[in-house]
Design a protein around this ligand. Sequence first.
Ligand SMILES: [Zn+2]
Length: 137
Amino acid sequence: MGSVQSEIKCPQCGGRMFTDYYYKTDEEYRFCSCCGKYESWTLVRDDCGKIVLKKNGKVKYTHINRKGYGCACLAFSDGVSQVHHFSSPVRKKDKDEFFRILDSTGIDKEKCYLLKWDAVSKSVVSIYGQIPKYEEE
Ligand SMILES: [Zn+2]
């Protein structure tokens, strides 16, 4: 454990972006549930999972900043939901897969969505379902 979760407005689409901050290690993960943008600051670890230190004994961080291409959310009737972030434009294959799963049992169709990033209009377009809105406090 040891993380703080919160929500911010996504810098790419203005949608709901979740943040997960680990205060013990100063690592942070951010992902948008609309456009699928992903950003993280994590400690550099070796193959064994050991933290790699710089020559001066300080820890090193990797910063990943990935553009969002869309999101697929599959919600199950037991309340669990899975969000998949596309790291490349949504293909026909992805859509087919989504609609195939959507028709299976145990899926709460009303809460599912498939969204894609439209590079022309620079906004999130819904292929299926509602686009989650970021509510300002
Ligand atoms: Zn976004």
